[in-house]
Write a protein that binds this ligand. Structure first.
Ligand code: COA
Ligand code: MG
Length: 290
């Protein structure tokens, strides 16, 4: 499965210092598990959390889930040790916080020099400084391990001194800009977390908004958010049927070489064929328990 064709509907954070949460995450239906060493871990627990995250990947299976470790920044006292430990671990990716510039991506990429080739670099988009540089940061995907962004709406709100209202109005321009920059350079992008984990109506509204903005999925903080998130970010039966119809129609010999055709009364162009193929690849992709 190529990275672009894997389901990345739901990405559950958990503090790597919480063994109960780690045990639980091995069976939860999240597409991605993010073992956090950063914001969710207190300074005095950082060293133990790092060891626990690495050990969790050695000691048991996470099925087909992508497992990611979020490091502390290289500008903190823990960052260099985190990056070294993650580079030598079985993680699929390292998620790095508070990226401000393309130079930051280079620094993290270089810190992973000894890591296996398949290890990806994922970056949090969560500082005011990165906003005017979204395009050059995304462009680093061509020359580094960078392959995915995660919106960090809590940190962005703190830096901006903006309110995290349910409609998320202060952040909407940045969502559009970040999705466009990510797409321009072929990287995936996940929405930020919804702190309201007891009210799933609030969560659903926010996840639906993220879907409408073009995010591939959403980062989550609590197991209760996984099912609604997977549901919202999965293509509907109608969308799947339409995609199959578009693919079938373009494969007919009479449609060979055509750029635009009629499929079930609606126009389909080659761009729709590309979209249809991606949607089917994601739909047919293995779920987290495969
Ligand atoms: N991943 C895996 N399991 C989790 C979990 C998570 N993110 N959050 C809660 N659980 C587990 C709990 O361990 C508990 O398990 P149990 O039934 O076996 O005891 C169960 O789910 C119910 O938890 P609940 O009592 O509803 O939540 P809580 O009050 O214990 O915890 C939070 C609430 C917010 C502290 C917790 O959900 C959490 O730590 N979330 C992740 C925070 C994080 O990583 N932040 C960084 C990125 S923003
Ligand atoms: Mg943060």
């Amino acid at each position: 499965m190529t990275s672009d064709a894997r389901p990345r509907r739901s990405a559950l954070y958990l503090p790597a210092s919480n063994p109960k949460a780690i045990a639980k995450a091995r069976t939860l239906p999240a597409d991605i598990v993010i073992l956090d060493l950063e914001d969710a871990v207190a300074p005095e627990a950082k060293d133990d959390a790092r060891k626990a995250a690495v050990a969790a990947l050695e000691s048991g299976s996470f099925g087909n889930r992508e497992v990611v470790i979020r490091a502390n920044g290289l500008d903190t006292e823990w960052g260099a040790r985190d990056l070294a430990a993650i580079a030598a671990s079985r993680a699929d990716a390292v998620l790095v916080p508070k990226v401000n510039s393309p130079e930051d991506i280079t620094r993290y990429h270089n810190a992973l020099a000894s890591a296996p080739e398949h290890m990806q670099l994922w970056a949090m988009i969560e500082t005011c400084a990165c906003i005017p540089q979204l395009d050059p940061i995304a462009a680093m995907a061509a020359s580094t391990r960078l392959s995915l962004w995660v919106m960090g709406t809590n940190d962005l709100a703190k830096e901006m001194r903006a309110k995290l209202t349910p409609d998320r109005t202060p952040f909407l321009p940045f969502f559009s800009m970040a999705v466009a920059a990510a797409r321009a350079h072929g990287i995936a992008i996940l929405d930020g977390v919804c702190n309201e984990f007891r009210d799933l109506d609030v969560f659903r509204a926010e996840a639906g908004q993220g879907l409408a903005f073009g995010f591939d999925g959403k980062s989550l903080i609590h197991p209760a958010q996984i099912d609604p998130c997977n549901e919202i970010f999965s293509p509907s039966d109608e969308e799947i049927a339409r995609a199959r119809a578009v693919i079938d129609a373009f494969s007919l010999s009479e449609n060979k070489g055509k750029g635009a055709i009629r499929v079930e009364g609606k126009m389909a162009e080659l761009l729709h064929l590309d979209e249809a193929k991606r949607l089917i690849a994601i739909t047919d992709g293995k779920g987290p328990n495969a």
